[in-house]
Design a protein around this ligand. Structure first.
Ligand SMILES: NC(=O)c1ccc[n+]([C@@H]2O[C@H](COP(=O)([O-])OP(=O)(O)OC[C@H]3O[C@@H](n4cnc5c(N)ncnc54)[C@H](OP(=O)(O)O)[C@@H]3O)[C@@H](O)[C@H]2O)c1
Length: 336
């Protein structure tokens, strides 16, 4: 089988394809024929050697992928040959709170999905909804679950409340879609005005192009009466405006602390002094949250937004396209 590996870190040229034998599953393992994978911002950080969790040298990259079970070990009870599955981001985090014993991640410290076949412990996988194509099914593990956790992990926003999403990457668009499912109103900001119509078409009630309106926080507060929940994916570039946009008792789920130049989020004291906003953090989510999200996805036959699909042999081009930042939704790599 062909499998991509990262034997060094520092850039796209380190991504190498290898021919490897296909192993037989151990007692608790499932062998998955991977049909599609997708990229997240963390995958470019792992590639570039800037991810906070140190990746294993020689790792198979990517947390996100969908495929079918083609062989199972003797003690496997959760799956059978033919099941459609995806991996869980923190493979060992089943439920409850995150703790240091469950930090292993697919595509970082555990071999991930950018391979023709992936070997997973049966506990690391979940079943996929039937209405999704392989390309669609390969997009939920990281960005989808992060958006779901931001909306449902603590106090759940009520129908009619305002949710703010930043940009048009994977997390932001899933957050927009899930917030609409929950009956919320959605404000969206984008650095590229030409994406405004596509954000509206997905259900955004208010869209602001940040290049044209750099002080968008006050505009949004006036237009909405104050944002109830910000899914903060912009980090230092957007945090102060997100705080200004927020309602008195709003909440900000801060998903990005540093930008790619190492600049950190700063709390503007003069704004925060007049605010009762709660700033929360989260790391993607557990397997049980992934299962809950996929149940909602199945019920509502929700489809992810896909920006572009690349063939397996062009994984490096997929990384290049994703890294330049002008995307709308998920960048997918088709299985071979
Ligand atoms: N804490 C967690 O658990 C967690 C989990 C997942 C992701 N995250 C973080 O959340 C953020 C979003 O993740 P994602 O996977 O959705 O990212 P993404 O797909 O890379 O999001 C890209 C979007 O961000 C906007 N953007 C503006 N300037 C950019 C630039 N210079 N480079 C790249 N994008 C730029 C663009 O939207 P516009 O063109 O519309 O402005 C672009 O479409 C990342 O910082 C990621 O590290 C955190």
């Amino acid at each position: 089988m062909r499998t991509y590996r990262l034997e060094e870190f520092g850039g796209i040229e380190e991504l190498t394809v290898r021919e490897m034998p296909i192993s037989k599953p151990g007692r608790n393992q499932i062998l998955v024929r991977v049909r599609a994978t997708s990229l997240n911002r963390r995958d470019t950080m792992i590639l570039n050697g800037t991810y906070p969790l140190t990746p294993r040298v020689g790792i198979v990259p990517l947390s996100d992928g969908g495929g079918e079970v083609v062989a199972v070990g003797g003690d496997v009870t959760r799956f059978a040959v033919g099941d459609r599955v995806t991996g869980s981001y923190f493979a060992r985090w089943i439920d409850g709170r995150m703790h240091p014993g469950v930090v292993d991640q697919l595509g970082c410290t555990l071999d991930g999905m950018l391979s023709e076949y992936a070997m997973l412990d049966e506990q690391w996988a979940v079943r996929l909804p039937g209405h999704l194509s392989w390309q669609e099914a390969a997009t939920f593990t990281c960005a989808g679950l992060t958006a779901w956790s931001a909306l449902t992990g603590a106090e759940i926003p009520k129908p009619g409340q305002w949710v703010l999403v930043i940009g048009s990457g994977g997390v932001a668009l899933f957050a927009l879609q899930f917030a609409k499912l929950m009956g919320c109103r959605v404000a969206a900001v984008t650095s590229r005005a030409q994406k405004a119509d596509r954000l509206r078409a997905l259900g955004a009630d208010v869209v602001i192009a940040t290049a044209e309106t750099p002080e968008w926080g006050i505009k949004l507060r006036e237009a909405t009466g104050g944002i109830d929940l910000v899914v903060e994916t912009g980090g230092p570039a957007s945090f102060a405006q997100s705080l200004i946009a927020s309602a008195l008792y709003g909440r900000i789920v801060l998903l990005t602390v540093h930008d790619q130049n190492g600049k950190s989020v700063e709390i503007p004291g003069a704004v925060y002094q007049r605010s009762l906003v709660t700033i929360g953090r989260l790391f993607v989510g557990s397997r049980s949250a992934l299962e809950a999200m996929l149940a909602a996805v199945a019920t509502h036959r929700l489809k992810p937004v896909i920006d572009k699909v690349f063939p397996f042999a062009e994984a490096r081009e997929a990384y290049r396209h994703f890294q330049q930042g002008d995307v709308f939704g998920k960048v997918v790599i088709d299985g071979a």
